[in-house]
Design a binder for this molecule. Structure first.
Ligand code: HEC
Length: 201
């Protein structure tokens, strides 16, 4: 074999397969169709699914299931006293209703909570700033007024503290709160002591 001969003509070369080379292969047409169809279906699904209406697409509960049970109707059916307690009162009086020794008085088995509903309503409506004895212990702190809450909310939270932690006193009706709010309308300051509360009612 002489050097001038083209290499391809060598018998050894001809016996070999050609070197593979990397070509460009288009996506098969059926894959393109499938992707197109999925995209169109996705867009159709997003636009055709109603939103802001029935909640049954996600949360399976209906409005009827979210309403409070029948037996709670009346006193404070619309609002949850426990929830209000958890957001407004729990920081001081604690989840157990035991308060914090020598700083925040307990609500569990407190004579103020279980006693005359008028007194309790006024404590919560106007607050106390001064001296109060609870379950034989002395407290001298400040409890803010809760006038900003509605009658229904106040009734709900007070009914809750009267029935939680083993407390057993009758629930308080929004109408009773409303009446107390009206009779004590001129009061702008918290009560100064437990004594003042006792003599006022
Ligand atoms: C910033 C802390 C604080 C928050 C919040 C608070 N309280 Fe009080 N509460 C006190 C203090 C302090 C006293 C005792 C006041 C005193 O010493 O003059 C008190 C006293 C009371 C009393 C009378 C005493 C007793 O232990 O029975 C009741 C009832 C009461 N709070 C209910 C509530 C309710 C209901 C809420 C939520 C709506 C609430 N408190 C939120 C601090 C707080």
């Amino acid at each position: 074999m002489s050097r001038s001969e083209p290499e391809t003509s060598s018998p050894q070369r001809q016996r070999e397969y050609a070197d593979p080379d990397e070509g460009v292969r288009p996506l098969p047409w059926f894959m393109m169709m499938l992707l197109g169809a999925m995209t169109m279906w996705g867009a159709f699904y997003i636009f055709s699914t109603p939103s802001g209406g029935e909640s049954s697409y996600g949360d399976q509960r209906t409005m009827a299931a979210l309403r409070p049970p029948e037996h709670l109707a009346g006193a404070a059916a619309e609002v949850d006293g426990k929830q209000i307690y958890g957001s407004k009162c729990v920081a001081c009086h604690q989840p157990t209703g035991q308060g914090v020794a020598a700083v925040f008085p307990p609500l569990a088995t407190s004579e103020w909570v279980l006693g005359d509903e008028k007194v309790l309503i006024n404590i919560v409506l106007h607050g106390i700033n001064g001296h109060i004895e609870v379950k034989g212990k002395q407290y001298k702190g400040a409890m803010p007024a809760w006038k900003d809450m509605s009658d229904v909310e106040l009734a709900a939270v007070m009914s809750y503290i009267r029935s939680a932690w083993g407390n057993q006193a009758a629930p308080i009706k929004p109408a009773t709160v409303k009446a107390q709010r009206e009779t004590t309308q001129s009061r702008t300051e918290p009560y100064k002591s437990g004594q003042e509360l006792k003599s006022a009612f």
